[in-house]
Design a protein around this ligand. Structure first.
Ligand code: PMP
Ligand code: GLU
Length: 396
């Protein structure tokens, strides 16, 4: 059958492909260590699953809900942002969709016309570039500073800006680098966007997962003008270990929220009913289980950082501030073991050491590999030991 040009020009998600590769190898009996997927390995906390079970037994969420999400959930989201970021939104400024990934897809669909440019800092999460292309927009790649965990500056934005620029995507803390922008850095970027009338699409999905004293700042909290210029993307997946429930949301300008609702009225209809009840509980009745998970990730980061930086030929400019990824430059390790590229080095790691990560080329930086440390410490340590043994064996 003929496939559309639209789908043919889109890359398969490399993060999902890598984790599937690890699953396939495991199914074939290989002893594989997967440091691929960016999702919490913790169970969804009991206070959420218990409430969701009760909601199911009470036949809640059995029917279509409002397209933009239940008003009680939108209120819970508004309250959470007031509590955590000290920002006020009206429930008409909230659109709830089927996961942040799907909400982002919708945001590009409603903001971007063919030929419009969206500034995208490199490295970028694999779905940003493809979703912009699916909206027939042009991603304008801006290289971040490798000495600052690849963060970008206003100077970089100045260089990338053209009369076709409509939006700028900032993902802080970042997938894949784990870098979080400071309040000063964000304010400078935010003011630049206001001055140039560029919409900030702020993917803050990792905002609750920050470590070692990093404060998570939301673009919405910087100034009223920056808040007005920004569409915030967030959701329950990461902080509440709820990736499978598929609830994410956008916050911002009412006209954009209404457009997202119109778009969803012709696509998904509404996000899953029962998941909305679960999400409501996640926000309204939070227990210390959520903070305990954050602390575990902090401990894991501190150990994983020491391990990664002890691998010969692996370079990392700084300890990441958030999320659950490490994105070292491994080009020296590839070179000293006789591989022409990091992609080839990665293939050999999979085939011979049975350690699966995600190649940096899919995030726009071919010198790097992305390691997820959302696995138990022993598994991560074993993965690194295998890589060290592999390098020792192949060293030329
Ligand atoms: N944004 C970023 C940067 C991510 O890493 C992810 C991970 N899946 C998402 C958005 C989407 O999250 P979800 O669809 O699970 O809400
Ligand atoms: N965002 C996570 C990751 O980067 C989950 C997979 C995906 O949706 O890309 O691994």
């Amino acid at each position: 059958m003929k496939l559309s040009k639209r789908i043919q020009q889109v890359e398969q998600s490399a993060t999902l492909a890598a984790s599937q590769k690890a699953r396939d190898l495991k199914a074939q009996g290989a002893d594989v260590i997967s440091l691929t997927i960016g999702e919490s390995d913790f169970n969804t906390p009991d206070y959420i699953t218990n409430a969701a079970s009760e909601a199911v037994l009470n036949h809640l969420g059995n029917h279509y809900t409002p397209t933009n999400g239940l008003p009680e959930l939108r209120q819970a989201i508004v309250d959470a942002h007031q509590r955590l970021d000290d920002v006020s939104y009206d429930i008409n400024e909230v659109f709830v969709g089927s996961g942040a990934k799907n909400v982002l897809f919708d945001v590009f669909q409603v903001l971007v016309d063919p030929g419009d440019e969206v500034i995208l800092p490199v490295p970028y999460w694999v779905s940003f570039s493809e979703q912009i292309k699916m909206a027939e927009g042009t991603p304008v790649y801006v290289n971040g500073n490798p000495d600052k965990l690849y963060k970008i500056s206003v100077n970089d934005l100045e260089e990338a800006y053209t009369e076709n620029t409509v939006a700028l995507l900032i993902n802080s803390p970042s997938n894949p680098t784990g870098a979080a922008y400071t309040k000063e850095e964000m304010t400078a970027i935010g003011n630049w966007a206001v001055e140039n009338d560029v919409v900030i699409i702020a993917d803050e999905i990792y905002s609750r997962l920050v470590y070692n004293g990093t404060s998570a700042n939301s673009f919405a909290s910087l100034s009223p003008a920056i808040k007005e210029q920004t569409i915030i993307i967030n959701g329950i997946s990461k902080a509440y270990a709820m990736t499978g429930w598929r609830i994410g949301y956008a916050l911002g300008d009412q006209e954009v929220i209404a457009a997202l609702t119109k778009h969803a009225s012709q696509s998904t209809g509404n996000p899953t009913g029962i998941s909305q009840y679960a999400a409501m509980t996640a926000y309204n009745d939070e227990t210390d289980e959520v903070e305990n998970m954050r602390q575990s990730f902090e401990n894991r980061l501190n150990k994983a950082f020491d391990l990664i930086t002890s691998v010969p030929g692996f370079k990392l400019s700084d300890k990441p501030h958030g999320a659950f990824y490490l994105f070292p430059d491994v080009s020296e390790a590839a070179e000293m073991t006789g591989f022409d590229s990091v992609d080839d080095f990665n293939l050999a790691l999979i085939e011979e050491a049975h350690v699966v990560t995600v190649v940096g080329s899919s995030f726009g930086v071919p010198e790097c590999l992305r390691f997820s440390y959302a696995v138990d410490e022993a598994t991560f340590a074993e993965g690194i030991q295998r890589i060290k043994d592999f390098i020792e064996e192949k060293k030329q």
